[in-house]
Design a protein around this ligand. Structure first.
Ligand SMILES: [Zn+2]
Length: 500
């Protein structure tokens, strides 16, 4: 048996000015190719890691044409997408027994290709109509009918922050292998509801998203092969952005459909809980100042790398310094120009430079505004570290060349590349122990939870500025299907009040 395994992952923020070339999908040389995929991802807690384990356990020959996972950013370069498709399609000659794809489900390609995963699957199906295809998707996938009709099995993550990527891959892959052995005949149902849910309101440990996921788990416990609750990714101006569900049953389409609608009804009834209510930054910072001890987390979620932020807006740091907070560890700020200046100055040097604010954000009418700071260069590194978990455990992370600027009241990790603060390594790799920080300013909205929250005194969401704001009023949607809750809330029956 020959199985092809490939990964193509990107969550596209169509409002983000951050470019997404081929090189963004991996280390310094771009995505892993051929055997490099095994070296990079075998043994990791990713869906691809699970696919590799399953294929090996089945005694299959494993073919891995490409694996790439780019930090969220603006639309993907057309050439990069074509290269992924070309590599995957070429690996299907001669035709394998099955194809296992580790996709995100919210990828948009520059030039108006709004459903990249659907297009990839459509091309594969067109070339090989009978090829069995299993897909693992992120919980933030904006699932489309085109994706569902052009594959056989879909399973999504059930956790956010995502700590079950492996399990989603294992579920999708095992169903496919069982189908290849003739044990099951997977059939899928897909549906959606017009809710532009905010990622900040999709934590699976609480509230409406927890209930949505529990409905999926109940459907699996009742006998479905897979049931997946997708919160969707709201910073995507595409028709299919929003909440959806996919169910996989063994031969019984009616039961798949029934479970899918039941899950969606659970989410729709609690739609108001998926919408974030912003708080003025000054009030959030007063709450920060009122906290005794530390570390207190300041969550700069409007400029979150993991949702496509420029990761260089300085609003929260500027205001935190203005009210006199001291002992702030910040990171990472993406500013390749500043990194070059800090490296040229060298460890121990004192310098004054404009930090951050290098990118304009025309989609929300914001100009980049650097913050001029004076400090000492404390560290310079190659920005590489191995993630200790619990998310993406074992994966090698690349921040690009990295430096630390110490202003006396703030130590700022400055990187060449975008990097979510998803692991202690962001700080420990440059000599900062975040467990001893008074304040930790993180450009994070969710990934901090399994890593930083366990030792934090408090966590305060700080509405700074940027293209990952959770205030949907800032964004001008042109392609989104309408009516959509909450943009057109008046078009629907009033939502039940979550606070009653
Ligand atoms: Zn996600």
């Amino acid at each position: 048996m020959r199985l092809v395994i490939a990964q193509m992952m990107h969550e596209t923020n169509t409002f983000s000015p951050v470019p997404t070339p081929w090189e963004a999908f991996g280390g310094p040389r771009g995505p892993a190719l051929g055997r490099e995929v095994i070296e990079a991802l075998a043994g990791t807690r990713t869906a691809t890691g699970a696919f590799i384990d399953l294929a090996r356990a089945a005694g299959a020959e494993v073919v891995t044409p490409v694996a790439g996972n780019a930090s969220p950013s603006g639309p993907v370069d057309r050439a990069a997408f074509e290269r992924f498709c070309g590599l995957i399609l070429a690996a299907l000659e001669p035709r394998p027994e099955g194809l296992l794809l580790d996709l995100h489900g919210a990828m948009v390609v520059a030039g108006g290709l709004l459903d990249a995963e659907g297009e990839l699957l459509r091309r594969v199906r067109a070339a090989h109509p009978a090829l069995p295809i299993a897909v693992a998707l992120d919980l933030h996938a904006n699932v489309t009918a085109q994706m569902v009709t052009n594959c056989d099995v879909i399973a999504g993550y059930k956790t956010y922050p995502h700590v079950d990527m492996y399990e989603a891959g294992e579920r999708a892959g095992s169903i496919l292998l069982r189908a290849l052995r003739g044990e099951v005949r997977p059939v899928m149902a897909f549906g959606n509801r017009p809710v532009l849910a905010q990622t900040l309101c999709m934590a699976t440990a609480q509230g409406a998203m927890q209930a949505f996921v529990q409905a999926a788990q109940a459907a699996e416990a009742a006998g479905l092969l897979a049931a997946s609750a997708f919160g969707g990714f709201p910073l995507a101006d595409i028709p299919d952005a929003g909440l959806s569900a996919v169910t996989v049953a063994n031969a019984d389409e009616a039961s798949a459909r029934k479970a899918c609608e039941a899950m969606l009804d659970v989410a729709w009834a609690r739609r108001a809980e998926f919408i974030y209510e912003p708080e003025p930054l000054a009030r959030s910072l007063e709450r920060v100042r009122a906290c005794d001890g530390g570390p207190v987390l300041l969550l700069d979620h409007a400029d979150n790398c993991a949702s496509g932020g420029t990761q260089d807006t300085m609003t929260v740091l500027r205001e935190a310094l203005a009210i006199g907070l001291k002992g702030i560890d910040v990171g990472p700020i993406r500013d390749p120009e500043a990194v070059a200046q800090l490296i040229a100055a060298g460890v121990g040097a004192t310098l004054t430079l404009p930090l951050g604010g290098k990118m304009d954000m025309p989609s929300i009418g914001l100009r980049g505004e650097p913050l001029v700071l004076t400090g000492v260069v404390r560290a310079i590194t190659d920005g590489e570290y191995t993630i200790t978990g619990p998310q993406l455990t074992g994966v090698r992370a690349h921040m690009g060349r990295t430096a630390v600027l110490d202003t006396g009241v703030a130590r700022i990790v400055v990187t060449e590349r975008n990097q979510e603060p998803w692991d202690l390594g962001v700080f420990t790799s440059v000599g900062i122990d975040p467990t001893r920080s008074r304040y930790l300013l993180l450009k994070s909205r969710m990934y901090y939870r399994p890593v930083f929250l366990p030792f934090a005194r408090a966590a305060v969401e700080c509405d700074g500025s940027g293209v990952t704001s959770s205030d949907w009023r800032l964004f001008d949607y042109q392609h989104l299907r309408r009516p959509m809750y909450p943009l057109d809330a008046q078009a629907f029956e009033p939502a039940p009040d979550p606070h009653r």
